[in-house]
Design a protein around this ligand. Structure first.
Ligand code: ACO
Length: 332
C-alpha cells in the first residue's frame, strides 16, 4: 500500500521571550515553582499587530516547504490544528490558503487540542494512502497568551502555555519509509477537566455576557493532578500500542517526540518505557506548552540538530484536552 513520508519540517516562534520572572511580576508565582513542577524556563508570546495564529502557521509552512524543496503551488490540501484560531469561524486553514496564494484547494481545521497535530497527521496520512492527494501541509499553531488569566487567579494554568507554530509537509513515499501507523483515542467523560467553557454556544443568550469576563469563565480551567495522572498512563499506553502493531520494542525507538505538556510528564514516560535520555526530545524549557504546535516545532528543531536521520524510527505521542491522545510511528 502507498505510504506517506514527512518531506519537510518547519517552525515559527514569535520573538518576544517571556521568562518565569516576567510572569512573577504579573501574578504570585516564582521561577522556582514553575521550573520544579514543569521544567519551563521561558516561553514566547506573540506580538499584537504582527503575529496571528494563521500567519505564524504560514511562516512555519513556508519553512517546511523550503525544507522539502517544494513550493506552495505543490500543495494539494491543508490540515490546520489549533485550539486558538484567528476567528471563531472560519477556521485558520483557509487563511493559510489565502496567505500562501494557493489555488482553491481544500483546507480543514482540527480541534483536538494538544493531540491536534497527531490527529492532523493521521487524517493527512489517510488522504495520501488512498491516493486522493500527493502533498499535504499539516500545521499546528497557537496563540495562547491572549486567552490566559494573567493574574494570580489563573496562575496554575497561565504559567504553562506559550505561543508558536510548527508545520510539516507530508508526501506520498516512493519507498518503504514513512508513517507506519497512527493511533487515535478520546474519552469525553473528562471533557471539562481541561477546557475553556465560555462563551459556549448553549450557555447563555446572547452567548457572550459581561459576567463571563468578571467571573473569569472565559479562561481555561484545568484539574492539573487529574490531567497529570491520565497523561502519565495514556502516553506510555499509546506508544506501546504503536510499537506492538509494528513489532518493535521501546529500545528500538531512535527518537520519541512527545507533545511538550510538562517536563515531568515526559520524564515519567521515559522512565516507564525504560528509554535513555537521548531517546526523548524535550524543548518545553524554552517554549512552554504550545499545544498543537509543540510536536512539529520539536520535530523541526530535532531535525536541524541532526537528531532525526534517514532510516530512524521516530515516535510521536500526545495527550490533551478532550481527553484525547494518540501516537504515530514513522520510519524516517
Ligand atoms: N505559582 C505558584 N504557586 C502555584 C501556581 C503557580 N503558578 N499554581 C498553583 N500554585 C499553588 C496552588 O495554589 C497550590 O497551593 P495550595 O497548596 O496553597 O493550595 C500549590 O501551588 C500546589 O498546587 P497543585 O496544583 O497541587 O500543584 P502540582 O504540584 O500538582 O502542580 C501542575 C500543578 C504543574 C499544573 C501539575 O498538576 C501538572 O503538571 N499537571 C499536568 C497538567 C499539564 O501538564 N497540563 C498541560 C496542558 S494538558 C497537556 O498538554 C497534556
Amino acid at each position: 500500500m502507498r505510504k506517506s513520508k514527512i518531506a519537510g519540517v518547519g517552525r515559527y516562534l514569535p520573538e518576544r521571550v517571556v521568562t518565569n520572572d516576567d510572569l512573577a511580576k504579573l501574578m504570585d508565582t516564582s521561577d522556582e515553582w514553575i521550573r520544579e513542577r514543569t521544567g519551563i524556563q521561558e516561553r514566547r508570546f506573540f506580538e499584537l499587530g504582527k503575529d496571528t495564529t494563521s500567519n505564524m502557521g504560514t511562516r512555519a509552512a513556508k519553512m517546511a516547504l523550503e525544507n522539502a524543496g517544494l513550493t506552495p503551488q505543490d500543495v494539494d490540501f491543508i490540515v490546520f490544528a489549533t485550539l486558538s484560531p484567528d476567528y471563531d469561524f472560519p477556521g485558520s486553514g483557509v487563511l493559510v490558503q489565502r496567505e500562501l496564494e494557493l489555488p482553491t484547494i481544500g483546507a480543514i481545521d482540527i480541534r483536538t487540542q494538544c493531540t491536534g497535530f497527531v490527529y492532523g497527521l493521521s487524517v493527512a496520512d489517510q488522504f495520501i494512502k488512498t491516493g486522493m492527494y500527493d502533498t499535504i501541509l499539516i500545521i499546528g499553531s497557537e496563540i495562547h497568551s491572549s486567552g490566559l488569566d494573567m493574574t494570580t487567579r489563573g496562575r496554575a494554568v497561565s504559567v504553562l502555555f506559550g505561543d508558536g507554530a510548527g508545520a510539516v509537509v507530508l508526501q506520498a513515499s516512493d519507498n518503504d519509509h514513512g508513517i507506519l501507523s497512527t493511533h487515535l483515542h478520546s474519552e469525553g467523560e473528562y471533557a471539562e477537566e481541561l477546557a475553556v467553557i465560555d462563551p459556549g454556544s448553549s450557555r447563555a443568550i446572547p452567548r457572550t455576557q459581561a459576567r463571563m469576563i468578571e467571573e473569569g469563565t472565559i479562561f481555561p480551567v484545568m484539574n492539573g493532578n487529574h490531567v497529570f495522572k491520565h497523561a502519565s498512563t495514556r502516553f506510555p499506553e499509546v506508544i506501546q500500542e504503536a510499537l506492538k502493531l509494528n513489532n518493535y520494542q521501546p529500545s528500538d525507538i531512535d527518537l520519541l517526540i512527545p507533545h511538550q505538556a510538562n517536563l515531568r510528564i515526559s520524564q515519567m514516560v521515559q522512565r516507564l518505557l525504560s528509554l535513555k535520555e537521548d531517546q526523548v526530545f524535550n524543548n518545553i524549557q524554552r517554549y512552554g506548552n504550545t499545544t498543537a504546535a509543540s510536536i512539529p516545532i520539536a520535530m523541526s528543531e530535532a531535525w536541524e540538530q541532526g537528531k532525526i536521520k534517514e532510516g530512524d524510527l521516530i515516535c510521536l505521542a500526545a495527550f490533551g484536552s478532550g481527553f484525547t491522545w494518540g501516537s504515530a510511528l514513522i520510519r524516517w
